[in-house]
Design a protein around this ligand. Structure first.
Ligand code: SAM
Length: 277
């Protein structure tokens, strides 16, 4: 039930898009994520303010998944993104949480300062010590930065689950042992924040790495790519990623992107889900 007072078009459009996102991308009937069963406690909303931010706050507090739902939290972060309050990387982390399980092996293809590596480690680490994060970056300084962030943030048992390599991600198959089930390969493209902006990912190696990721990814797994279009070469790289994603066979892959249409320089999140066999 939706109570419309002011800005009815905006309100209604938002609601329909949210439903569409949930039903198409995380359809409970989908074969890729059988453990996802979205159940929503309360779909009723009331617009008490004419301010867009108030509407956003209203929506996020009322349109919530049940705490025991595997999709708990994802709606809020997607709505936060739509209202300019959450970044593409935050949406990416939230999606990862719904795909990655404790004990999984995952790959951080662009470690940078280690924030993604740390987020992945938290998702896979448990008492069993089976989880693994394979992280890589072409820059040694990035690997050092990642290692230092892990030292500050996790205990030595958890850190042991991470393997860091100073190398190009196009060679990821050389470090992930054959037979390991990789649930997530994540790319956060571009240059190292606070580092040398001339050293950045490029279309050619990114495409090679995406091909490698495709080969090592387990059915039901996810390739997540945050693409920055605002720097020189960024738009071309985005187009290469988009062409790669568009060419994946629909029988085996579900591919989508999250893009701000009226902020052409904002990062774009591209998600490639490999269907289960
Ligand atoms: C935007 S940063 C990654 C941010 C990082 N994930 C984080 O959480 O801080 C992009 C990184 O990609 C790295 N990079 C560039 N080309 C690469 C390549 N061919 N293989 C692996 N890493 C690469 C850069 O050195 C840079 O550190």
């Amino acid at each position: 039930m939706v109570a419309l007072r002011l800005y009815p078009n905006l309100y209604l459009l938002f609601t329909l898009k949210s439903v569409k996102f949930r039903r198409t991308f995380f359809s409970p009937s989908s074969s890729i994520l059988p453990h996802t069963k979205p159940r929503f406690r309360n779909l009723s909303m009331s617009a008490k303010s004419i301010e867009q931010n108030d509407i956003a706050a209203n929506l996020s507090s009322t349109w919530v998944a049940q705490e025991d739902s595997p999709l708990s939290g994802l709606d809020d972060v997607v709505m936060g993104y739509m209202f300019g309050k959450k970044k593409a990387t935050e949406v990416a982390h939230s999606v990862w949480k719904h795909v990655v399980q404790k004990g999984d092996a995952v790959v951080d293809a662009t470690c940078g300062n280690g924030y993604d590596t740390l987020a992945m480690l938290k998702m896979v680490a448990d008492q069993s010590k089976r989880g693994r994060v394979y992280g890589m970056d072409v820059q040694k300084v990035a690997i050092e930065s990642t290692s230092s962030l892990l030292d500050q943030s996790v205990n030595s048992d958890e850190k042991e689950l991470v393997e860091l390599y100073s190398m190009c991600h196009s060679k990821m198959e050389e470090i992930v042992p054959k037979g390991v089930t990789v649930r997530l390969v994540a790319f956060n493209l571009g240059y190292l924040p606070g580092g040398n902006k001339k050293i950045m990912t490029g279309s050619k190696t990114t495409l090679l790495a995406l091909d490698a990721a495709k080969r090592i990814l387990a059915p039901g797994g996810l390739i997540s790519i945050v693409v920055y279009v605002g720097h020189p070469g960024g738009r071309e790289e985005f187009e290469a990623v988009q062409a790669f994603a568009s060419g994946l066979p629909v029988g085996n892959w579900m591919c989508c992107k999250l893009e701000m249409l009226n902020r052409p320089l904002a990062p774009v999140l591209v998600l490639l889900l490999k269907r289960k066999g």
